[in-house]
Design a protein around this ligand. Structure first.
Ligand code: MN
Length: 320
């Protein structure tokens, strides 16, 4: 897993825990497989978990991990969003993104695209032509972060977070590599600027190593296993599973001493945020507070008020 790697983690700052109340595990769920866009394979990471436990997060797809044959890589057609933020983190392979607000770019191997849809836009997410031609390994995550009512109709925004800007740390015994993408974990900050306060980190845990991390008591706490197997506060967990933690100020997890041959480390994504605690009306690509606002979003989209496909993309279908 390229993401961002460090040859000698012992040179990194150590994140220890002086916290006192380890969070217990409230649920472990297994992500069902699905297909997104033009048919790329995903795991629906949050399926079956109540929205109030996920708040402020609403949806997450693990994209791949998949080894594409030549000509096989797929993306999405142009489609709209309103009312939340999409966060796309690519560990292996490359993804191209463009939106009707002028945002976009190419991300690869540890980069993150942070798109605040706000009042609305159209966008397209797809592998670049050279990757379609060659095929290859593809592995990423797309997370949807809700916006509070006061921010849902704010102007769209776009942040490109480069792998080299990610905040890096390790644990007391150097058994883990912690990459802070947004917010803060144990005093280490990431480059993402978030609308509502959240923390997002990708942690690689060495075989047999344990991790204790301080975690803000006012944040929820989610741990998704991208690869490998281990335990969360004593409960077994493996790739494709999500743990939701209860109240407390510390996360305790670790990797099993033996792993499948295809992964060296247990790879986990940690998410936490301050719950927004507002009603959610969600249909397709729109996440609002009321059903009337969702209907308005469809109307605005049909009327072209969420933007149009930039001219140089030519005429393509827009799917809602
Ligand atoms: Mn999208």
């Amino acid at each position: 897993m390229p993401a961002i790697t460090v040859d000698d983690v012992t040179v990194l700052p150590r994140v220890g825990s002086v916290a006192s109340q380890p969070r217990e595990v409230m649920s472990i769920t297994t992500a069902p497989r699905g297909f997104e866009g033009e048919g790329f394979p995903v795991h629906r990471a949050f399926a079956g978990v109540p929205l109030e436990w996920l708040d402020p997060f609403i949806h997450m797809d693990q994209m791949g991990e998949v080894e594409y044959a030549a000509g096989e890589p797929k993306g999405t057609p142009w489609h709209p969003h309103r009312g939340f933020e999409t966060v796309t983190y690519i560990m292996d392979g490359t993804f191209e993104h463009a939106d009707s607000h002028g945002g976009g770019g190419l991300i690869t191997n540890g980069d993150t695209q942070w798109m605040t849809a706000g009042s609305g836009l159209l966008h397209i997410e797809r592998p670049p032509e050279d990757l379609v031609a060659s095929g290859g390994l593809f592995h990423g995550v797309q997370l949807w972060v809700n916006l509070p009512r006061a921010q849902k109709m704010a102007a769209p925004k776009y942040q490109d977070l480069r792998a080299g800007d990610v905040g890096l740390a390790t644990t007391a015994d150097a058994g883990a590599l912690i990459r802070v993408i947004a917010g803060e974990v144990g005093g280490i900050s990431g480059p993402g600027i978030t609308t509502s306060p959240i923390s997002m980190a990708h942690v690689s845990v060495s075989r047999g190593a344990g991790v204790r991390l301080p975690w803000r008591a006012d944040f929820n706490a989610l741990l998704y296993v991208l690869a490998g197997r281990g335990h969360v506060n004593g409960t077994p967990i493996r790739d494709g599973q999500l743990a939701v933690f209860g109240p407390g100020d510390e996360l305790v997890f670790g990797a099993d001493a033996s792993q499948d041959s295809r992964t060296n480390d247990m790879e986990v994504l940690l998410l936490g945020g301050a719950p927004i605690r507002e009603p959610i009306a969600w249909a397709g690509p729109f996440v609002m507070n009321t059903k009337a606002e969702v209907l308005q979003a469809y109307e605005d989209f049909q009327a072209g008020r969420l933007g149009t496909i930039p001219a140089h993309w030519g005429l393509g279908g827009v799917s809602g």
